[in-house]
Structures are given as structure tokens and as C-alpha cells.
Ligand binder design. Structure first.
Ligand SMILES: [Zn+2]
Length: 280
């Protein structure tokens, strides 16, 4: 039983973090739904090779599954928040994005890159090559190099399949909770029907947006992101300065990718050392 208790605590922690910093409502519902779907999806979990990095990863979802599951959440975001389709801010994001993306293992792939008209200082990536940048962030970055650091960070999350890692972790935790629940309920069968799975799927996909990534995932995105923006010809030092700017923005306007990290100085220092090591 201690094992179940520990995993359940993880779930509660995630839930708390999200409700404090997540941009969207209904997160608790998403986590409960994920608890129901988790056990079923884990049955199909397997080790797969990441085609972009060659790494072997344990994944509860295929990339196609996650992309399909994310489609509805992405649509909802685009419905809830106005998006730009022209103008200087729109052009700027598209221009810098194209350059950074072309310097990554995902070069040549189609992306849906949206600029959300909102003062949130934030950017995110969703499975299925979907990227969102808020105008609040555009108003704060000092130059295109800093924007390139943000976009490099986001594309790195996609390339390293961090959403899949996160969803797999959530599924594992919820499966354990479900099994624990069955045991407590006297071993009754907690089976979930196929209909329930598909209904819950889109909710579970919100995990691709609202749950924080692990610190390791954030650090990996930071460093690989620097590789990409440097490869695209942007100034790598801007990645260090970016986090100073983000930190100065602070308070309620802090980005999700800062909220998961208790020590921005440490993060900045890691990036600075990495740039030095690589000779960028
Ligand atoms: Zn991140």
C-alpha cells in the first residue's frame, strides 16, 4: 500500500501545481478522467525509438494518438482566445519560427503556429506540431534572438517527446491509483468501456498542455533549444538574457515554463555553462 500512496501523492501535487499556474480550467476534471483512462492506455504501453533522437522511450501513447487527442484541446484554445492572422507580431513569430524549426530534426514538417492575443507571458507546444505564442510574451522579449530561444525551447519539447513522457507518467500514476482503488473496494473490476475511453481521451489530452513538465524535461528543452536557435544563426547568449527578462516580468505574469522551476538562477547558470562548453 505505501507504493500506491506515494504515487497518489504525486498526482495530487501535479493537480495543485496546475491549479496555481495553469492557464485553463477543468484541470482537476482532466486528472480524474486521466485516472480512469490511465489503466486502459497503459495496457498498450511499449518501448519505442524516438525517430528524431534515436532514444528508446517508454510511452503509453503513440505520437498519432497524442496528436489526435490534442486536436480538440487545441481547437478549444483557439476558440477561447483570439488569434492573430496578420500584422507585425504575427509575421515576426512566423518568421523566427520558420528559421528555428528549419535548424531542427523536424525541419520540413508542417506546423500550426498560432499567436494568441493575450497578455499572458507564455508559449507552449502541443502534440501534433502545434505551437502557441502569447502576445504578452512578445511584448516582453527584447529581440528576435530571445524569441528564438523561446521557440527553440518549445520545439525541443516536441522533439524529445516530453508531452508523451508526461502523459505516460500521469497514466502510470492513475493506473496505480485505480488498482489501489479496486483493492480497497474489495477487488471489484474497474474496467472502462471503449466509449468511455474515447470520451475521456480528449480530456486526458489536456495533460499535453496543462501539466507541468519535469525539471529534467525543462532543462533538456533549454539546452537543446539553445542548440537549435544557435544552429538557426541566432545569438545563443540571448537564451541566458531571456530568463532574466522572464524573471523580471515575474508575479502573475510568469510563464508556465518558469513556474515548474523553483530556481531560475540555477537554470540560467546551466544554460550559460552549456553555451561556454559548446563554444557558441
Ligand atoms: Zn518548457
Amino acid at each position: 500500500m505505501p507504493k500506491f500512496t506515494r504515487i497518489a501523492d504525486d498526482t495530487v501535487q501535479s493537480s495543485t501545481k496546475v491549479s496555481l499556474s495553469g492557464p485553463r480550467s477543468g484541470v482537476a476534471k482532466a486528472i480524474i478522467a486521466a485516472a480512469a483512462i490511465g489503466g486502459v492506455l497503459l495496457a498498450g504501453a511499449s518501448c519505442t525509438t524516438n525517430p528524431y533522437t534515436g532514444e528508446t522511450q517508454f510511452a503509453a501513447y503513440s505520437d498519432d494518438q497524442l496528436s489526435q487527442l490534442s486536436a480538440q484541446a487545441w481547437q478549444e484554445l483557439k476558440t477561447e482566445t483570439p488569434t492573430l492572422s496578420s500584422g507585425a507580431q504575427y509575421q515576426r513569430v512566423q518568421r523566427v519560427w520558420k528559421r528555428v524549426a528549419a535548424a531542427t530534426p523536424k525541419a520540413g514538417e508542417a506546423w500550426d503556429v498560432q499567436v494568441f492575443d493575450s497578455d499572458q507571458v507564455n508559449a507552449f507546444v502541443m502534440p501534433g506540431n502545434r505551437v502557441g505564442v502569447y502576445t504578452g510574451l512578445l511584448n516582453i522579449v527584447e529581440n528576435d534572438d530571445q524569441l528564438a530561444a523561446v521557440l527553440g525551447h518549445e520545439v525541443a519539447h516536441a522533439i524529445y517527446r516530453h508531452a508523451n513522457q508526461r502523459a505516460t507518467r500521469a497514466a502510470a500514476a492513475s493506473a496505480a491509483v485505480q488498482i489501489g482503488g479496486s483493492v480497497l473496494a474489495g477487488g471489484s473490476n474497474g474496467a472502462v468501456s471503449a466509449d468511455q475511453v474515447s470520451a475521456l481521451g480528449s480530456v486526458a489530452a489536456n495533460l499535453g498542455v496543462v501539466l507541468p513538465y519535469s525539471r529534467n524535461a525543462e532543462l533538456e528543452a533549454d539546452l537543446r533549444g539553445v542548440d537549435y536557435m544557435h544552429g538557426a544563426g541566432y545569438d545563443a547568449d540571448a537564451a541566458v538574457r531571456l530568463w532574466e527578462v522572464m524573471e523580471a516580468a515575474g508575479g502573475q505574469r510568469t510563464a508556465d515554463f518558469l513556474s515548474t522551476h523553483p530556481n531560475p538562477q540555477y537554470r540560467r547558470e546551466q544554460i550559460r555553462q552549456y553555451i561556454q562548453q559548446k563554444g557558441y
